[in-house]
Write a protein that binds this ligand. Structure first.
Ligand code: ZN
Length: 252
């Protein structure tokens, strides 16, 4: 039984008998895995504070013959979500990342691009200096890119129906179909995507998250863009995301 190692992000943990923990974690090289961490609650040496959800860590683990769960041996923190003061918004955003990754990715399916996306938004959500933490920016960037990487986001410069180039002020989306629509094909019940959000989406699809950290990010910014991407994610996953409700209560 050989021990494997990879960078990983802890998604969720469940206590099982005694001090053991069942851990869902997303590795860069092997995809999402579930593992048993024996005596995790007792062993500070092997796990330290690394079992906190959304910790970026180096993980050591081993496949077990005829077992679905891997044996999680050790985690070493690379970036902890607790390195900056915990506030409600940031916790809700981190929980949203965990739920989306846990729901959207099948087990044992390496997704290096999704891993890079997650690592980069974690950096923006848990930056060492609290004044540079931009949870709303990072949340918007993550949601938009997840829809793109899951193959849900079509060309956003043109109307899905007539193919005409969209223009500011008449960009619309609705709850029933992917993509954006012109005023004529908005299907009545649609919502408007603001000019700022539409431009933002086009810029975000071309540049790394760090490029947007210097901009002002009040809670309202990109709110309609987040709703647009959330509708697509939930439609594809065929369920409501619990953490999205928590974010909505915070005004996200
Ligand atoms: Zn149209």
């Amino acid at each position: 039984m050989s021990v494997l190692t990879s960078e990983a992000v802890v998604l969720r943990t469940w206590p099982v008998h005694e001090a053991d923990l069942l851990v869902s974690f997303f590795t860069r090289d092997y995809g999402r895995l579930k593992g048993m961490a024996k005596a995790a609650l007792k062993s500070r040496k092997r796990f330290g504070g690394a079992l906190e959800p959304m910790t970026l860590a180096r993980a050591w683990f081993a496949e077990r013959p005829r077992q679905e769960l891997v044996r999680l041996d050790q985690l070493e923190i690379l970036r902890s979500p607790l390195s900056t003061p915990v506030d409600q918004t940031r916790m809700a955003v981190l929980s949203f990342y965990a739920e989306v990754i846990d729901e959207a990715l099948p087990e044992r399916d390496p997704q290096a691009t999704v891993f890079r996306l997650l690592a980069s938004v974690l950096e923006q959500t848990t930056a060492a200096k609290s004044e540079t933490v931009q949870p709303w920016m990072a949340l918007t960037y993550f949601s938009l890119w997840m829809t793109r990487l899951m193959g849900l986001l079509p060309d956003i410069a043109h109307c899905m129906v007539c193919g005409d180039t969209l223009s500011e002020g008449e960009v619309r989306f609705n709850a029933y179909a992917d993509g954006l629509f012109c005023g004529l094909h908005a299907n009545g019940s649609g919502s408007a995507l603001s000019a700022d959000s539409w431009q933002l989406a086009q810029r975000m699809l071309r540049a790394p998250a760090a490029n947007f950290a210097g901009e002002a990010w009040p809670r309202k910014r990109g709110q309609d863009l987040r709703r647009f991407t959330l509708q697509m994610l939930e439609r594809h996953l065929e369920r409501k995301l619990k953490t999205a409700e928590a974010l909505a209560r915070l005004g996200g």
